[in-house]
Structure formats: structure tokens, C-alpha cells
Design a protein around this ligand. Structure first.
Ligand SMILES: Cc1cc2nc3c(=O)[nH]c(=O)nc-3n(C[C@H](O)[C@H](O)[C@H](O)COP(=O)(O)OP(=O)(O)OC[C@H]3O[C@@H](n4cnc5c(N)ncnc54)[C@H](O)[C@@H]3O)c2cc1C
Length: 461
């Protein structure tokens, strides 16, 4: 296969007009020939910046070299030393800001397609039944992990590899956190990818108990004092949605993005005969401009609606990944930029029938450094919609902090933890979105990894 050293080997995708009507994965990934060809573009730098850009420090040149030589199993074992979820990360990590953003190849040409190669290696390992290596000896100590999102799964997997007995307690009926309830099937297949990587983590000896809400079914104090756990890791995420506080938000047809996506992804509302159906909307306004807004908008589109993203700043301020915005536009989503909702309108039966917005313009930069949107007086207008999805961010649920003695939280309700995840409570560690507020899969994994090391040091004293 001929390779242009300055350009990424292109990746196949479903055509926009086809994928806008289905929930199949948009990106089809590399085959072996393409992945090996892409690997030949690696400069094999003496001081690889890509590794520094990766929050879990994958030996990227190591796995790329093995891939280049066609040793896919070796490439997988190199990755799995650092990452428990490579097929997930290869699909959803913001590589352009991390490993690929630091790739030296990217200075003159296009950076190496590290995410797509990682995805190929992980998919190949899964299809060939290659598993990560489990611990050979046991430590005889027990750790409880709260939450089965990427942070909890990573912490649990790393502790199991070190020989600890690990139990994950998960509030929902399915493990995976945002990977199963938030990120849509068309970006991250659940059965094919997420469930298989979770099976690998279970294969390391991790026990997962679903339908257990820590703070209600059992408390952290009970886990430590009565259930014999030696340490606890809190990876409970930031799943509490924010609303705008404008009139009409309690009308029928107003959803938080989390609820809308959970109904579709976790409860499979998009499938015929689903037990928890979702509204078949004609015209939807999604409020917000981040990745969650893009996922909600693209899901509503696939469910048959005309979709408008309403965002109060301009195109260059959209916080979503450029790739997500590009895909959304290709699929036919309309962007109503510099517009802010001021009221949701309803009919006499309490159903949404419109959203009143006001035009905005950009003023002076605010504390975040972005130009502050200000209202244009007298510019109110109405968009006729039957559904409004609020995608304005989330914060941690205060249930755990309010039921655990001596666990400090900050004013944003995030658990306070030091750089290794240690909280104000002895033997209790925390990380991921529960500590940082809504962030990314790989940062949550990095926090789980760091905390696993710190828990091991604490329990080895
Ligand atoms: C729609 C959406 C799309 C996203 N897209 C991307 C993307 O493309 N790339 C990216 O890098 N990031 C993305 N993110 C962000 C990313 O998914 C999160 O940063 C990441 O999942 C955080 O991991 P976590 O393990 O800390 O928490 P979570 O994934 O939120 O997992 C926490 C788990 O803890 C459980 N839990 C909560 N409270 C309790 C309790 N009291 N008892 C027991 N269990 C509990 C929850 O049910 C959940 O399963 C997206 C987020 C959303 C919502």
C-alpha cells in the first residue's frame, strides 16, 4: 500500500446520508493493511512527546513498532500494560489535544493517527480472543470501587493486576458509566466494544455488583467498618444535569441530555419494541455546544427529527470536538449560533410547542478567557419545536459526600482529593469526574490509575 508520509492513511466512514438514518458506527476504522501502513509514518522519536500527551502514558512508539512489524498481539500487550479500555479510547479520546497533538510528525504534516491504530489493535485482540494478563499472586486485601465508569474500571483493573480482591458497586443495572448510558452507539458500540472490554476487566478477577447505590443501599462507612474492605475508591462521576432556570423547563418534552441519551443508549429506546420508548419528535432544539450536545442532537436526528443546536456563542467558541461538529453538520444538523433561550413555550396541555430565544453578540473576554456573550436588546424570536434537550453540563451527585463522615467537597460539590486521589477521609480515594467535574474518559482513567498505585502503597505499609 502506498503511503504519503505527510498525511494520515484515510479512514473509512459511513456516508452522511446513510448514517443519519441508522445507529451503526460512523467510523469503520482501519483494516490490518491500513493500520500497518499508518505505523510506517512513525518517526520513532528519541524523546517521544506523544507518550507525555497521554494521561495513562501508553508506550505509543512501542506498540506502533510492534504493529509496523505485524506483531499485533505484542502491540496489544504493550497497550494493555497502561490501558484497560483501548478499544474505547481509540474511539472516543480527544487525541488531537493529547497524543496526536504532541506528535512531531504533526509539525510539518499530519500527525500520526494514533487513536485509529490503537482501535485497530484492540479490535484485533478482541476478535482473536487475546486477553490482558492477570495477577499471579493474591495480596489478601479487599478494595471497594464505587462506580463502573472508566475511572472505576481502570482503578479496579490495576488493583486486580496487583493481586487485590476488588468489588465494584454500580448504581445502574449495567456496568460502564457514561460509556454505556451517555456516548451513543454510533460512536461507541456497546455489545461489540464496551461490554467486551468490561469482560476483560472481570477476567482479571474484578467482581461487579450492579443495582447498588452507595449512600442508599450501603454506605462507605459500612463498607470499611462492617464489610471488611481495606480501602475505597470513589469513581462515581458527575451525572447530575444542570438546567438554565428559565420559565417552561418543567413542560412535557423538555429533557436533560443525560435522560434523553440514557433512554436511547442504555434502555435502547431507538429499537423497535423497546420497553422504555422515547418521544418521536418532529423538531428538536438542543441547548448547548459541547460534545454532549452533539451526541444528543445526532441521536434526535437518527430518531427522525429536524434538529437545531442553539448555542449562545459563535462557531469558534463551540466546546465540542471539531470532528463531532463536522459530523453533525454533514448529517444535516442546523446550528443556531449566537442565540440564547429565554423561555420554553407550551400548549394548554403542558407540552412544549416552542422555544423563545434572544440574539447574542460577543463582548469582552470573561474569566474563562472567552468573549462573553451579551444579549441584543429587542431581538427575541421563537423557534417552533416540540422537544427541548438541555445539554448545559453536569455536576457530581451529592449523595455519597452527604452520607460519608469526614469527606470534604468543594463548592461545586466535587470531592476534594490530592494529586494521587487521597481524600480527607482515611483509606478513601477518589478520581475522575467526581473530583474534576465533567471531563474526559482518558483523564478519568488516568486518575483511576494513579489512585490504584497510591492505594497499593497505602495498603503495603
Ligand atoms: C454524552 C457524553 C458524551 C461524552 N463523550 C466523550 C468523548 O467522546 N470523549 C471523552 O473523552 N469523554 C466524553 N465524555 C466524558 C466522559 O464520558 C466522562 O468524563 C467519563 O465517563 C468520566 O468517567 P468516570 O468514571 O469518572 O464517571 P462515569 O463515566 O460517569 O461513571 C460513574 C459511574 O458511577 C455510578 N455511580 C454514581 N453514583 C453512584 C453511587 N452512589 N453508587 C454506585 N454507583 C454510582 C454511575 O452510575 C456511573 O456508572 C462524554 C460524556 C457524556 C455525558
Amino acid at each position: 500500500m502506498e503511503v504519503d508520509m505527510m498525511k494520515k492513511v484515510p479512514v473509512r466512514e459511513q456516508a452522511p446520508e446513510v448514517r443519519a438514518k441508522n445507529f451503526e458506527e460512523v467510523c469503520e476504522g482501519y483494516n490490518k493493511e491500513e493500520a500497518m501502513a499508518e505505523a510506517t509514518r512513525c518517526l520513532n522519536c528519541k524523546n517521544p512527546q506523544c507518550v507525555q500527551g497521554c494521561p495513562v502514558s501508553i508506550d505509543i512508539p512501542g506498540f506502533v513498532q510492534a504493529l509496523k512489524e505485524g506483531n499485533i498481539e505484542d502491540a496489544y500487550q504493550v497497550i494493555s500494560l497502561s490501558s484497560a479500555l483501548p478499544a474505547v479510547c481509540g474511539r472516543v479520546c480527544p487525541q488531537e489535544k493529547q497524543c496526536e497533538g504532541k506528535c512531531i510528525r504533526g509539525i510539518k504534516g499530519e500527525s500520526l493517527s494514533i487513536g485509529k491504530m490503537e482501535r485497530f489493535v484492540a479490535d484485533w485482540a478482541r476478535e482473536n480472543n487475546i486477553k490482558p494478563k492477570a495477577a499471579e499472586t493474591k495480596k489478601g486485601k479487599k478494595v471497594a470501587v464505587i462506580g463502573s465508569g472508566p475511572s472505576g474500571l481502570t482503578c479496579a483493573g490495576d488493583l486486580a493486576k496487583l493481586g487485590y480482591d476488588v468489588t465494584i458497586y454500580e448504581a445502574l443495572h449495567k456496568a460502564g458509566g457514561v460509556l454505556v448510558y451517555g456516548i451513543p452507539e454510533f460512536r461507541l458500540p456497546k455489545e461489540k466494544v464496551v461490554e467486551k472490554e468490561i469482560e476483560n476487566i472481570k477476567g482479571l478477577g474484578v467482581d461487579i455488583e450492579t443495582d447498588v447505590i452507595v449512600g442508599k443501599s450501603i454506605t462507605i462507612d459500612e463498607l470499611l467498618n462492617e464489610q471488611g474492605f481495606d480501602a475505597v475508591y470513589i469513581g462515581s462521576g458527575a451525572g447530575l444535569p444542570k438546567f438554565m432556570g428559565i420559565p417552561g423547563e418543567n413542560l412535557n418534552g423538555v429533557f436533560s441530555a443525560n435522560e434523553y441519551l440514557t433512554r436511547s443508549n442504555l434502555m435502547k429506546a431507538y429499537q423497535e419494541g423497546s420497553k422504555t420508548p422515547i418521544m418521536k419528535s418532529k423538531k428538536v432544539a438542543v441547548v448547548g455546544g459541547g460534545n454532549v450536545a452533539m451526541d444528543a442532537a445526532r441521536t434526535a436526528l437518527r430518531l427522525g427529527a429536524e434538529v437545531h443546536v442553539v448555542y449562545r456563542r459563535g462557531e469558534s467558541e463551540l466546546p465540542a470536538r471539531a470532528e463531532e461538529v463536522h459530523h453533525a453538520k454533514e448529517e444535516g444538523i442546523q446550528f443556531d449560533l449566537l442565540r440564547n433561550p429565554i423561555e420554553i413555550l407550551g400548549d394548554d396541555k403542558g407540552w412544549v410547542n416552542g422555544i423563545k430565544c434572544i440574539k447574542m453578540e460577543l463582548g469582552e473576554p470573561d474569566a474563562s478567557g472567552r468573549r462573553k456573550p451579551v444579549e441584543v436588546p429587542g431581538s427575541e424570536f421563537v423557534i417552533d419545536v416540540d422537544t427541548v434537550i438541555m445539554a448545559l453540563g453536569t455536576s457530581p451527585n451529592p449523595l455519597i459526600s452527604s452520607t460519608t463522615k469526614g469527606l470534604d467537597v468543594n463548592p461545586r460539590k466535587c470531592i476534594v482529593a490530592d494529586e494521587v486521589g487521597k481524600t480527607s477521609r482515611d483509606a478513601v480515594y477518589a478520581g475522575g469526574d467526581a473530583v474534576t467535574g465533567a471531563a474526559t474518559v482518558i483523564l478519568a482513567m488516568g486518575a483511576g490509575k494513579t489512585a490504584a498505585k497510591a492505594i497499593d502503597e497505602f495498603l503495603s505499609k
